[in-house]
Design a protein around this ligand. Sequence first.
Ligand code: PLP
Length: 441
Amino acid sequence: VGAGADDDARALALDRAHVFHSWSAQAQLSPLVVAGGSGSHVWDHAGRTYLDLSSQLVNTNIGHGHPAVVAAIQEQAARLATIAPATANLTRGLAAERVLAHAPEGFTKVFFTNGGADANENAIRMARLHTGRDKVVSHYRSYHGNTGAAVVATGDWRRVPNEYARGHVHVFGPYLYRSEFWATTPEQECERALHHLERVVQSEGPDSIAAILLESVPGTAGVLVPPPGYLAGVRAIADRYGIVLVLDEVMAGFGRTGRWFAHEAHDVVCDLITFAKGVNSGYVPAGGVAISAPIARTFDDRVFPGGLTYSGHPLAMASIVATIDAMEAEGVVEHAAAIGTDVLGPGLADLAARHPSVGEVRGTGVFWAVELVADPVARTPLPPAVMAQVKAGMLARDVLPFVQDNRVHVVPPCVVTPDEVRTGLAALDEVLGEVADAAVT
Ligand code: PLP
């Protein structure tokens, strides 16, 4: 904690004068000042503390200030703070080994990147070179990052003003609550979504399709846990047409769903896995592509035409090794699973039962969405002005929510305690009663 309220004012003034923010009209911003954090909490300079149900951008899976990870970064900084990617570096090798230890059998290599977007960018590049094909099929309800191909593979609104890359095709994935397929059961939704995907593949010309790129659990789009059989069905389609299957585990991976990788719950093995966020909880920017043997072999004697100055950056690598070690030693992934089953899932189901504004809650582990509606029968989304009040109501109660469209995503760190979950849900309970239910017609 610095000089208190003066530093908060200074932080905000400097920010407004000079910092250009993501995805925003700059003149309309008034960002929260954050000076420090520990575990599931962050605070400003004056000492006002917030419970973080957002994990920032759903990435602080081990919470803030994990001492072993901080120490590992400090030690690495003192030993070797940076080194070119063409060198061999022990910390980098250990980080790759740690990641692969949690990937399916047959994954042999890791290409490290600076974050999730460039992980997807390079996975797409690998798939195109491996297959000699061009097109990438992904979901409309998705986000894959903000770089050239990744943002056009993205399905949500962020694609549209950035649509400069070619060769991208989108399909609707399963989302029973707002089914595009007139489905009334998960089985129907699954079968019809797979039929739609296969028909699009056939119509686009299977020989032109390099990759199907999907989030294992679409995250920002609403924590759309796929119905049983969907991802396995996608795998079968990919196999039928010689298409590379890339699963984006950037948000869903490393404990978020109560598993190391979300796809483990779905009986599917893909060809490339992209990761970032939870791999080191964002202590140092990092991401990567885990590569299965056949695709890795493509580049044994053929140049891979891609690279980054900071690929395998020592500070990022040290933080990955320490994060994965800490998660293993402390049972963080198992803890996230238990929080979902024992506390968060039942707590949210209780809110859904008592609040008419809750259309649906869905999720697993510490990865949940609460979908708010103005009309529970028509499922009309709660309008943006009311969602803004929901967000403000949570902040007024010292809880940071992740509000997206008409949803509150309840995505605390994997290390969140049962008491912290109860505190967060109590705030949500009050806000739903005061703000959201009052808007139900
Ligand atoms: N993929 C998914 C599923 C994401 O949620 C995100 C970021 O939110 C990305 C990719 C992009 O990651 P980054 O912002 O690190 O580039």
